[in-house]
Structures are given as C-alpha cells and as structure tokens.
Design a protein around this ligand. Structure first.
Ligand code: FAD
Length: 323
C-alpha cells in the first residue's frame, strides 16, 4: 500500500506545484508509514522523472505514447485510477490545478473514493481519522472534511505547501496505458499560447490592478512593476469586463482563484467577490487612495496614496535596489 501522487507536466517539464504536491504526498506517506509512488503521464525525460526522488518519490511510474502527449481528461483519469489499483494506493494526491480539478472527481468515481478538493494543509490523522482542511465558499471560509472511504483522494491548492527535499533513490518504471479508445472522445488538437507571460495560477508574485487605474492606457506602469518583480499580472472583474485587460487575468469569485506568496493590489476596492479569489495569498500589499477601502482590512501592508504617484516611485526604488 503506497501513496500515489500524480505529477503534472507542462511541455515535458515539471512545475513548482508538482514538487509541492510530491512533498505533500511524501509527508502523508511518512505519517501513514508507507512509501510514495509518483505517476507521470506524457513525454517527460528520464532525468526529470528521476529527479522526483529528490522530493521523496521512491518509485516513479511513467506512461508515454503519442496520444497521451497532450492532456486528455478521461484517458488520464483511467490511467491514474488503474495505477492506484496496481499500487494498492489508499491515498491519491493531485494538484488542484486546472487539469487536477477535472481529474480528481473522475478518479474518485472510478475508485469509489472520497474526495477533498482544494486542500490547504496536511490531513489530521488523529484517532485513526483522516480529516483535511480545505477552502470553502470561494476562499471565504475553511472546512475540515473527514474522509471515511477506503480510498481517499486529495487535491492540493498550489502555493499552500512548501517544497521539501527528502532525497530518495527513485526507481523509474514504465507503466502500460490502460486508457480505452472511448477515453479519447475529446482530444486537444493544437495549443495556441495567448502570450509568453508567467502563468497566473502558478505565479508566486502577482501585480493586480483595478478600476482605479482609470483606463487601459495606464497599464504600462503595472506591467513595468510586474516585469521588474518577475510577477504575473492580474485584474479585477470590471477591468476585464470593460476590455481593458484580457479575461484570463480576471481574479476573484467568478475569475481565477490564486494564492501567490505576494499579491499587490493597485486601485482595487477589495469587494468580497474579488477577495474570494485572492485572500489566501501569503502577503497582500494594497495601494489605494481611499483609506477606507475595504481591501486595507485584509492587507499585510498598505499604502494610502494615488497610484499614479506611488507606482513611479515604487518602480524607481526597485530599479535602484536592483542596480
Ligand atoms: P472599484 O470598486 O471601482 O474600485 C476602484 C478602487 O480604486 C477604489 O477603491 C478607489 O478608491 C481606488 N482608486 C481610484 N483611483 C485611484 C488612484 N488614482 N490611486 C489609487 N487608488 C485609486 N470582482 C472581481 O474583481 N472579481 C470577481 O470575480 C468578481 N465576481 C463578481 C461576482 C458577482 C456575482 C458580482 C455581483 C460581482 C463580482 N465582482 C467581481 C465585482 C465586485 O463586486 C466589484 O464590483 C469589483 O471587484 C470592483 O472592482 P474594482 O475594485 O477594480 O473597482
């Protein structure tokens, strides 16, 4: 009986969220006194697969054929569930990423397992129970969910668990695809990247701006600050609704939910629907000219001031610091 962790890749490379999820699954395996098996689907080099040992995977199963190069929800779910059965895994861990959110419930159905999606902490195993803290109501609350099923699935929110190195000698083994022809009903034909920018859901630093920026012509400052920090850019809903920024940048209840290490909110009021998607950020910095703006209540650091004065000074200061 091992813990199984599904390791997601992007263009054959593992993301930081993958190492987080392996570190998290390793800790669960240690608590349960068992080993950790990682499962990779798609074209990842052997060296990268073996590197998963650095984060605690003792065994790495790899499935690779042309049809599985791109993400296919049903097929991937079939393979993950058959790998869990083959390994006798009672716990399966995935990232609560775009694809993880689609996979976790499908795998849960196939394994007749209980699922906690959006875990933010390690499970509490006191008294033989398996209770997981997860976000609820779009991040406005936390729920502690006890899983009582024989097989348990947990998906972990990116940026909620630190990468921990616990070196193991990882043994990389090929695993036969168990996906049926019917699993390939919907397939990705082509991926067109909207831009080369840092992907918002995975970003550790995010610079976000709202209606206080007055118009799209003023986003140069926001982008300059983001570039200097190596951050992704985001925005409030009205900004994307007005077409000032693309919808892919809209964060909040009806947009993307993120939990970066640093979230800088510029000219955003902090409406509850916006906070729903960003309040689990580790450090929140708010720049707003209205000292009564609700965002200040959840901010770790606040600057009361006009963004058009504060941003150029901040950009200058960071440039000087970097010199
Ligand atoms: P505003 O509310 O107009 O706030 C602008 C802020 O900028 C103000 O606080 C102002 O003091 C400040 N400001 C103005 N000028 C300056 C300046 N020169 N310098 C510094 N600060 C300045 N919103 C989201 O963001 N995400 C969601 O997912 C979302 N989902 C929603 C779902 C529903 C069902 C509903 C009803 C609403 C949703 N909203 C969402 C909208 C939300 O309620 C707010 O209307 C929205 O977040 C406000 O955006 P804003 O803060 O950019 O604009």
């Amino acid at each position: 009986m091992s813990v199984l962790v599904y390791v997601e890749n992007a263009d054959g490379k593992f993301k930081k969220s993958t190492f987080e999820v392996v570190s998290y699954a390793k800790e669960i395996a240690n608590q349960l006194g068992t080993s950790l098996t990682a499962l990779s689907i798609g074209n990842v080099a052997d060296g990268a697969l073996a590197e998963l040992g650095k984060y605690g995977a003792q065994k790495v199963l790899t499935v690779n054929n042309d049809k599985l190069k791109s993400f296919v929800n049903q097929a991937y779910a079939s393979i993950i569930s058959s790998a869990a059965k083959a390994e006798g895994s009672k716990v399966v861990v995935l990232a609560a990423s775009f694809s993880g959110k689609g996979l976790a419930p499908r795998v849960a159905v196939k394994l007749e397992a209980g699922l906690v999606d959006g875990a933010v902490e390690l499970p509490d195993l006191k008294d033989g129970k398996f209770t997981v803290k997860k976000t609820a109501f779009s991040g406005k609350a936390f729920a502690h969910v006890e899983l009582t099923s024989a097989v348990k699935i947990v998906s972990l929110v990116p940026n909620s668990f630190k990468v921990v190195e616990r070196p193991e000698a990882a043994n990389v083994t090929a695993f036969e695809s168990t996906a049926a022809e019917s699993d390939f009903g919907v397939m990705i034909k082509d991926i067109v990247r909207a831009s080369d920018k840092i992907s918002l859901p995975d970003a550790e630093l995010v610079v976000s701006a709202g209606r206080g920026m007055k118009g799209p012509e003023n986003w140069g400052m926001v982008e300059e600050l983001a570039n200097l920090l190596g951050a992704a850019t985001a925005c409030s809903k009205p900004v994307s609704d007005a077409g000032w920024r693309p919808h892919s940048e809209h964060v909040g209840q009806t947009g993307i939910a993120i939990s970066p290490n640093l979230y800088i909110a510029i000219g955003i009021s902090g409406a509850i629907q916006h906070l729903a998607g960003v309040s689990s950020s580790k450090v929140i910095v708010v720049i707003n000219k209205d000292p009564e703006a609700p965002f200040f209540k959840v901010a770790d650091y606040g600057i009361v001031g006009d963004a058009f004065e504060v941003l150029p000074k901040l950009i200058d200061a960071i440039k000087k610091f970097k010199e």
